[in-house]
Design a protein around this ligand. Structure first.
Ligand code: NAD
Length: 260
C-alpha cells in the first residue's frame, strides 16, 4: 500500500513509533528510524527491518528537542530517498508532578519534544510535499490531547497543542494534496507506561496491578491496554491514498476513555 513512499517516524526505536515503522515497512515504504537507545540494538533493528521487508531503512539519532537536529533529520531523509512523503510525529516523553512542584526544565523538555519538534519537522518537509502535491502528516497525541488528568500539566498542554497544530496545518495545506491528522491513544503498554506503572505504584503506595486497574484503565471502558499493532494499522490507513479526504481529525483509539 505504501510502495515508493518514504516516511520519517520520530521516536521509533521503541513502543508505538517502532510499531508504526514496522507496519510502514511491511507495506513497502522506505523509512527513517529515529530515537535513542543502544547503538548495536538499533543497528540490529534497522538491518532486521530491511531484511524482513526488502525496503530501505535508515537511522538518525537526532534529538527532537533540538530544532537544528530536527531539520537535519528531514535533510537526511531527503538525501537518502529524494523526498519525504509521510511524517509521523511520535517522539514523546512524560513527566508527572503537581503543578506547584513541576520542574521548569521538565516543562520545557516535554513541550519541546512532544510539540515543538512536530512544528519544526512539518515546517521542514512541507515545501517538498507541496511541490509534489502529496503529503501525509500523522501526529501521535494521546487521549490526553482531548481530556486531562492531574499532575500531567506539560504533557496535557503539549498534546492539546499538537492537535491544534495538526488542525491548523490541515486547513493550510488541504488544497495541496497534504493531510494532517492526529491519533489519540489510550494507555498502551510500552516502556513509557511500564515506567509510569512503577513510579505511580511508589507514589500512591499501591501495587503495580492496582495502578493498572484503578489508575490507568479506570477510565478505559474496555479495561484493556491498546495494542501497538492497532495504532499502527490506523497510521497505515491515514498514510494511504484511501485517506485522502480525511484531514484535521483527532482520532481516539482509547478503548472508550474519552467517550465519557
Ligand atoms: P516509548 O518511551 O516506548 O518511545 C518513545 C520514543 O521516543 C523512543 O524511541 C525514544 O527513544 C524516543 N525519544 C524520546 N525522547 C526523544 C528525543 N528527545 N528525541 C528523539 N527521540 C526521542 O513511548 P511510547 O509509549 O511508544 O510513546 C510514543 C508516543 O505515543 C509519545 O508521543 C507518547 O506521548 C504517545 N502516547 C503513548 C501512550 C502510551 O500509553 N504508551 C498513550 C498515548 C500517547
Amino acid at each position: 500500500m505504501l510502495k515508493h513512499k518514504s516516511a520519517i517516524i520520530t521516536g521509533s526505536t521503541s513502543g508505538i513509533g517502532l510499531g508504526i515503522a514496522r507496519a510502514f515497512a511491511a507495506q513497502g515504504a522506505d523509512i527513517v528510524l529515529n530515537g535513542f537507545g543502544n547503538a548495536a540494538e538499533i543497528e540490529a533493528l534497522r538491518a532486521g527491518l530491511e531484511r524482513e521487508f526488502g525496503v530501505k531503512v535508515r537511522y538518525s539519532g537526532a534529538d527532537m528537542s533540538q530544532p537544528e537536529q530536527v531539520r537535519a533529520l528531514a535533510e537526511l531523509a531527503r538525501a537518502e530517498f529524494g523526498q519525504v512523503d509521510i511524517v509521523v510525529n511520535n517522539a514523546g516523553i512524560q513527566h508527572v508532578a503537581p503543578i506547584e512542584d513541576f520542574d521548569d526544565a521538565k516543562w520545557n523538555a516535554v513541550l519541546a519534544i512532544n510539540l515543538s519538534s512536530a512544528f519544526h519537522l512539518i515546517k521542514a518537509v512541507v515545501p517538498g510535499m507541496k511541490a509534489r502535491r502529496f503529503g501525509r502528516i500523522i501526529n501521535v497525541a494521546s487521549a490526553h490531547g482531548l481530556t486531562a488528568s492531574p499532575f500531567k500539566s506539560a504533557y496535557v498542554a503539549a498534546k492539546h497543542g499538537l492537535i491544534g497544530l495538526s488542525k491548523t496545518v490541515a486547513v493550510e495545506l488541504a488544497e495541496h494534496g497534504i493531510t494532517s491528522n492526529t491519533i489519540c491513544p489510550g494507555y498502551v503498554k510500552t516502556p513509557l507506561v511500564e515506567k509510569q506503572i512503577a513510579d505511580q505504584a511508589k507514589a500512591h503506595g499501591i501495587s503495580p496491578e492496582q495502578v493498572v486497574r484503578e489508575v490507568m484503565l479506570s477510565h478505559q471502558a474496555r479495561k484493556e491496554f491498546i495494542q501497538v499493532e492497532e495504532l499502527a494499522a490506523l497510521a497505515v490507513f491515514l498514510a494511504s491514498d484511501a485517506a485522502a479526504s480525511m484531514t484535521g481529525t483527532a482520532l481516539a483509539m482509547d478503548g472508550g476513555w474519552t467517550l465519557h
